[in-house]
Design a protein around this ligand. Structure first.
Ligand SMILES: Cc1cc2nc3c(=O)[nH]c(=O)nc-3n(C[C@H](O)[C@H](O)[C@H](O)COP(=O)(O)OP(=O)(O)OC[C@H]3O[C@@H](n4cnc5c(N)ncnc54)[C@H](O)[C@@H]3O)c2cc1C
Length: 386
């Protein structure tokens, strides 16, 4: 069993770290402060190959392996969790779905712009009554023009990147009431008549995500914009979330590692009772636990990423990675706050931002309870009725 990164993986990690140091770190506090969608930075990240890392090269992507992708997301998230989420949505939840399920004309239209960052994608699954219960989608897609088109009506909530998106992957009920067996995925340009941005989420953390609620009023979508098969959209969404959860695990590791870095720096520098607080065993134990929990979660994350090309499904591995990494990140940010004390608690400190950002990783792309349900289903060999 070889746990070493390959020379290519290390080189890619160094490249992304240089990009993050030069461009992401200087922008991150302002993104958090203003809550504005970081248009220019997203374009720059795309121009530097970060928008479509795992998209095959013939479609303009980087053709990266999943471990490299996880390393890149962790590295970006050490500087900006917001940018990391935008890249994850674009890459895992839209780009990879097109690469796996899209038709050639769909790929020809969107794959290259998405992979290069010229276009941004968003993933619209959640609704007011369809969060954890994702199969309970109420948005309807009614057949029109003798099956040549669908008319979408309903409301989506918390659509990350919607503020900057050019194209949406939308999940709607083509057989209302049939839950997972009656949902279809559609590719819809954000400019389609009938889509209205109805609310902007002001959130605790990941504040530049451009999360919007979207109301669809009679939005006409040609039938050739169905992604995958009609009524098979729930499987498309769950497939997308497997990769997405590995990436959120990597994001959580980045947030947690940044918290550990801040805590280490402060513990060495801060003198109390005439000595650096790093000399007190209480502080040392906190740092030791942070490092150990993050490393354990990193192993699960890299395991899930490494298995992705070899297994039909990595649902359990991805859920375990996300669960462990998001808990480790939350704890690391909380402990860093304790070590920095008043310095960390000050509004505008990096640890204060990490503390708020970490929390999102336990909620989006399935809460921690959702991950536990997925894991329990696998270890108990249950078939939950979606
Ligand atoms: C910052 C942010 C960005 C987001 N981005 C997107 C996006 O881009 N696209 C998108 O489609 N969605 C997005 N979401 C929505 C996100 O996926 C949902 O918020 C999440 O799935 C949880 O759904 P909910 O908020 O409706 O919680 P609920 O489903 O209402 O759950 C409430 C609580 O009950 C628990 N719970 C529910 N059912 C059970 C059960 N059976 N057993 C035990 N506990 C249970 C949950 O774990 C949670 O603790 C985003 C959310 C946030 C906060």
């Amino acid at each position: 069993m070889n746990l070493d990164l390959t020379p290519d993986q290390r080189a890619f990690q160094r490249e992304v770290a240089a990009f993050a140091k030069a461009h992401v770190e200087p922008a991150s506090a302002r993104i958090d402060e203003t809550g504005e969608f970081p248009w220019a930075l997203v374009k720059l990240a795309g121009a530097n190959g970060l928008a479509g890392m795992t998209i095959p090269e013939p479609w303009g992507g980087g053709g990266c392996d999943y471990v490299s992708y996880a390393l890149a997301i962790e590295t970006v998230a050490r500087s900006s969790a917001t940018l990391a989420t935008i890249l994850i949505v674009n890459n895992s939840l839209v780009g990879e779905v097109l690469a796996r399920f899209g038709s050639d004309p769909q790929k020809a239209q969107w794959q290259r712009p998405l992979a290069s960052g010229q276009a941004t994608g968003a993933f619209a699954l959640s609704e007011e009554h369809a969060g954890t219960d994702a199969a309970n989608v109420e948005m309807q897609a009614a057949e029109a023009d003798g099956g040549a088109a669908y008319i979408l009506t309903g409301r989506k909530t918390w659509v990350a990147s919607a503020e900057g998106a050019n194209v949406l992957l939308v999940f709607a009920a083509t057989r209302p009431g049939m839950r997972a067996h009656g949902i279809t995925a559609f590719l819809v340009p954000m400019s389609a008549p009938g889509i209205e941005r109805t609310a902007r989420a002001d959130s605790l953390g990941v504040r530049g995500l451009g999360c919007m609620d979207l109301t669809f009023t009679g939005v006409r979508v040609p039938a050739d914009q169905v992604v995958g098969a009609v009524n098979e959209g729930f499987k498309v969404a769950m497939w997308a979330l497997e990769g997405g959860r590995v990436a959120i695990a990597a994001q959580a590791l980045g947030i947690g590692q940044a918290a550990l870095d801040e805590a280490l720096g402060h513990a060495r520098a801060r003198q109390v009772f005439g000595r650096p607080i790093a000399e007190y065993q209480a502080i040392q134990f906190m740092l030791a636990d942070m490092a150990t929990e993050l490393d354990a979660a990193r192993m699960l994350t890299h395991k899930a990423a490494a298995l992705k090309p070899f297994q039909v499904s990595i649902a359990q591995e991805a859920a375990q990675a996300k669960l462990a990494a998001s808990i480790a990140a939350h704890k690391a940010a909380d402990t860093a706050m304790q070590i920095l004390a008043s310095v960390g608690y000050r509004r505008g400190s990096k640890v204060e931002r990490l503390f708020r950002d970490a929390r999102a990783t336990e909620i989006y792309q399935g809460t921690s309870e959702t991950q536990r349900m997925v894991i329990a289903d696998h270890i108990l060999q249950l078939r939950r009725h979606a």
